[in-house]
Design a protein around this ligand. Structure first.
Ligand code: UDP
Ligand code: MG
Length: 317
C-alpha cells in the first residue's frame, strides 16, 4: 500500500464527509493505493457514526474509537501503530489542511528521500492570538531541537516514511515536537513544504487556551533533558552537585580560616554567622548534596527503566 492517512478527530462530524470525498478524489486521481485511519478521540457529537458510515461504504476506511478524550498525541500514536502504508500522512480533520498536498508530500518522501516532511502554513488563517505566540514557540523549538530549517513544528499536515512512525512514541502532548522526536530517534533527513491553509469552517479549535504555551515549553524542556541526559542523569546532576559542593567547601575554608587566624592572633573572632561565606557554605553544601542524591536516584531509575537498552538499529547483516 502506498499511503496511510491518519486523521485524529475530536468533534468534527460536519467536516468528515467533505474531507473524505476530497482525500479520496486526490488519491484516486493520482493512482495511489491508500487507507484512511480515522482516530476518534472521544467525540461526543456523532463523529463516530460518520466514520462508521464511511467505513461501510469504502473498505479503505478504518476507524479507531477511544472511549474518552485522550488528546491528539495518543490519537496519532494509535493511528501510527495501525498504519501499513509505505508513506504515512497525518492531517487534521477540520478541513484546515488541504488534501491536495498529499501527492507532492508522497513524492518528497519516496523520491527525494526525506524521512519526514513537515507542512508549513506560511499564510495562516487563524486568529492573531494563535499565530503570534506560535512564531515565538517555533523559534525556540528550532534552537533547542537543532532542526534549523523548520518553521512550523506543530503543523498537523506531515508525511513520514513508515519506519519513522513505527519507531517514535508520541505521548502526552508531544505531537508538537514530532520532528524533534524523529530526529532523536535518528531520522534526521527532515524537510519542509509550504502548504495551503484554510480557516476553520465547522466547529471550533481545541487548542485555544494560553496554558498550551507553558505546557509546550515544559514539554520542550523535558524532551531536551531526556535526549541529553535521559540515559546518564548523573552526568548533569553530579556535575552541578560537585560544582556547588566545591563552592560550599571553599566557603567553609574561608569561614574556618578567618576564625582560626583570629584565634591565633588572640583577638576576639567575629561570629561566623556574620560572614556571608557562612551562608554560601550552608546553601551550597546542602544543594550540592541534594543534586547528588537526585543524580543517584536518576541512575537507579534509568537502570530499571524498560527502555534502557532499546536502540535504533537500522540494519543487521
Ligand atoms: N484533536 C483531537 N483530540 C483533541 C484535540 C484535537 O484529536 O483532544 C484533533 C482535532 O479534531 C483536529 C486536530 O486534532 O483534527 C487539530 O485540532 P484543532 O484544529 O482544534 O487545532 P488548531 O488547528 O486550532 O491548532
Ligand atoms: Mg485546526
Amino acid at each position: 500500500m502506498d499511503i496511510s492517512i491518519v486523521i485524529p478527530l475530536y468533534n468534527e462530524a460536519e467536516s468528515l464527509p467533505p474531507l473524505y470525498d476530497w482525500v479520496r478524489r486526490v488519491v484516486t486521481e493520482n493512482g495511489l493505493s491508500y487507507e484512511i485511519i480515522f482516530v476518534n478521540d472521544g467525540s461526543t457529537d456523532g463523529s463516530w457514526d460518520v466514520v462508521e458510515k464511511l467505513a461501510a461504504k469504502d473498505s479503505n476506511v478504518h476507524g479507531i474509537k477511544f472511549r474518552r478524550n485522550y488528546g491528539k498525541s495518543p490519537a496519532l500514536h494509535c493511528g501510527f501503530r495501525k498504519a501499513g502504508g509505505d508513506v504515512v500522512i497525518t492531517m487534521d480533520a477540520d478541513l484546515q489542511d488541504s488534501p491536495d498536498e498529499i501527492p507532492e508530500l508522497y513524492r518528497m518522501i519516496t523520491e527525494e528521500g526525506y524521512d519526514l516532511v513537515s507542512g508549513y502554513k506560511k499564510k495562516r488563517y487563524d486568529p492573531l492570538s494563535k499565530t503570534l505566540p506560535t512564531k515565538l514557540f517555533n523559534a525556540t523549538a528550532r534552537r533547542v531541537s537543532g532542526i534549523p530549517n523548520l518553521h512550523d513544528f506543530n503543523c498537523g499536515l506531515k508525511a513520514y516514511r513508515q519506519e519513522v512512525v513505527k519507531n517514535i512514541e508520541v505521548y502526552g502532548e508531544m505531537h508538537r515536537y514530532i520532528p524533534y522526536l524523529a530526529k532523536n530517534a535518528g531520522f534526521s533527513n527532515i524537510g519542509e513544504k509550504v502548504v495551503h491553509h484554510q480557516a476553520r469552517k465547522f466547529g471550533k479549535t481545541k487548542f485555544g487556551g494560553l496554558n498550551r504555551f507553558f505546557n509546550g515549553y515544559l514539554d520542550l524542556l523535558s524532551l531536551w533533558f531526556l535526549n541529553s541526559f535521559g540515559l546518564k542523569p548523573m552526568h548533569v546532576f553530579g556535575f552541578l552537585g560537585s560544582l556547588m559542593f566545591l563552592l560550599g567547601f571553599v566557603a567553609v575554608l574561608v569561614v574556618g580560616g578567618v576564625k582560626l587566624v583570629a584565634i591565633c592572633k588572640g583577638v576576639s573572632a567575629p561570629l561566623v554567622t556574620n560572614s556571608p561565606y557562612f551562608y554560601i557554605a550552608l546553601t551550597m553544601m546542602v544543594l550540592g548534596t541534594q543534586l547528588f542524591v537526585g543524580g543517584f536516584l536518576g541512575e537507579l531509575i534509568s537502570r530499571n527503566a524498560e527502555g534502557r537498552n532499546s536502540y535504533q538499529i537500522e540494519e543487521e547483516i
